[in-house]
Design a protein around this ligand. Structure first.
Ligand code: SAM
Ligand code: DTB
Ligand code: SF4
Length: 368
């Protein structure tokens, strides 16, 4: 096992990222093999339990109410609908379900109670349950843990510096606080980011500093390539090259040797050869199913064929840490309410985001 380091500097990470590709690949693949079975890849399925209509201004996101994308919005799904989708995912080889909601933050109340029931239901199916619901208080994290949540996804997205050019309605610090709240609940942490939003290699290294200096490091790190969706402020961003993706995956593997590195959004733009290089460089997880949250993903048959061709095996559920026990809500010893989270709203102007706002829905209506 490689010893993990929590003191990586931006300069060290940049040096790793920029070294000749063959040296980078060799080093990353070596670290990968020391710590993981290189032929096993975790397969996770996303379920968008609440889609669109989000009050935030994340410049990459098709679900922000203020931009003009043609996604179909939906209120919170029912527990039965979610269970049916989770069962389908399980039967096609997924060991994890990640439920995403287009929320700024979790609010206590009936919708949260319903999400807790979804977590309990999927946990009973012997699948790892992950949620990505926006900002989360410590109490909410503990209630999710009691329901049997295995992982919580909350991305840093990019470096603290570049973040200010991407989102104005939530702060980087609140993201770190949410991750800290998840840690206090013993739910595993899933946090990563996106490349291809106009950031430079220094920003990519900056994000990896922020993630790798968390102690402990996140158990899973999704690396997304921007899916440039028409109608969002980032609609005209050029796709990242496969070499940038491979470099990012390899560098993530080296600085976070034990983490599960997830090759996330953007796989439809990648060739099978490109994806194989990412697996060689240390990616050991994917999102499967023909849709991510709102955008396309390779369909299950294509992925199964890729797995056959490359000799990859899907990872079994709970291979890395044991299944959490779940406690019914009525047995919960934690008060469901009573916290004043006080999340901040920086509110600075991001020109790129502003320019696409004019025709959007009234923001003041959707803000709480
Ligand atoms: N609303 C919650 C939040 O923002 O934390 C959860 C859902 S949000 C869609 C989860 C993550 O998806 C974002 O943090 C971002 O990293 C990723 N994401 C969203 N839109 C994307 C896009 N167009 N391309 C790549 N990744 C994207
Ligand atoms: C993550 O890092 N990527 C996933 C998951 N966590 C929630 C989401 C990708 C979303 C891509 C755009 C969409 O489909 O809406
Ligand atoms: Fe999209 Fe989440 Fe940002 Fe809302 S908070 S706009 S769903 S990324």
């Amino acid at each position: 096992m490689t010893e993990t380091r929590n003191n990586w500097t931006r300069e060290e990470i940049l040096e790793i990222y920029n070294q000749p590709l063959m040296d980078l690949l060799y080093k990353a693949a070596s670290v990968h093999r020391e710590n993981h079975d290189p032929n096993t890849v975790q397969v996770s399925t996303l379920i968008s339990i609440k889609t669109g209509g989000c009050p935030e201004d994340c410049g990459y996101c098709p679900q922000a109410a203020r931009y003009h994308t043609d996604i179909e919005g939906n209120d919170l799904m029912s527990v039965q609908q979610v269970k049916a989708q989770a069962l389908r995912a399980k039967s096609s080889g997924s060991s994890r379900v990640c439920m995403g909601a287009a929320w700024r933050n979790v609010k206590d109340g009936p919708e949260f109670e319903s999400v807790l029931e979804m977590v309990r239901t999927i946990n009973k199916l012997e699948m790892e349950v992950c949620c990505t619901l926006g900002m989360l208080t410590e109490n909410q994290a503990k209630r999710l843990a009691e329901a049997g949540l295995y992982a919580y996804n909350h991305n840093l997205d990019t470096s603290e510096d570049y973040y200010k050019d991407v989102i104005s309605t939530r702060s980087y610090e609140d993201r770190l606080t949410t991750i800290d709240n998840v840690r206090k609940s013993n739910v595993t942490v899933c946090s990563g980011g996106i490349i291809g939003m106009g950031e430079n290699p220094e920003d990519r290294a900056g994000m990896l500093v922020a993630l790798s200096t968390l102690n402990p490091q996140p158990e899973s790190v999704p690396i997304n390539a921007l899916v440039a969706v028409e109608g969002t402020p980032m609609e005209d961003m050029k796709p990242v090259s496969i070499w940038e993706m491979v470099r990012m995956v390899a560098t993530t593997r080296i600085v976070m040797p034990l983490t599960q590195v997830r090759l996330s959004a953007g796989r439809t733009q990648m060739s099978r050869e490109g994806q194989a290089l990412c697996f060689f460089a240390g990616a050991n997880s994917i999102f499967a199913g023909d849709k991510l949250l709102t955008t396309p993903n390779p369909d299950m048959d294509e992925d199964l064929e890729m797995f056959r061709e490359l000799g990859l095996n899907p990872q079994k559920a709970f291979a890395k840490s044991p299944q959490p026990s779940s406690i019914a809500a009525e047995d919960s010893v934690l008060a469901p309410n009573g916290e004043k989270p006080g999340w901040s709203r920086p509110g600075h102007k991001i020109e790129r985001n502003e320019s696409l706002r004019t025709k959007g829905k009234s923001i003041s209506e959707s803000l709480d």
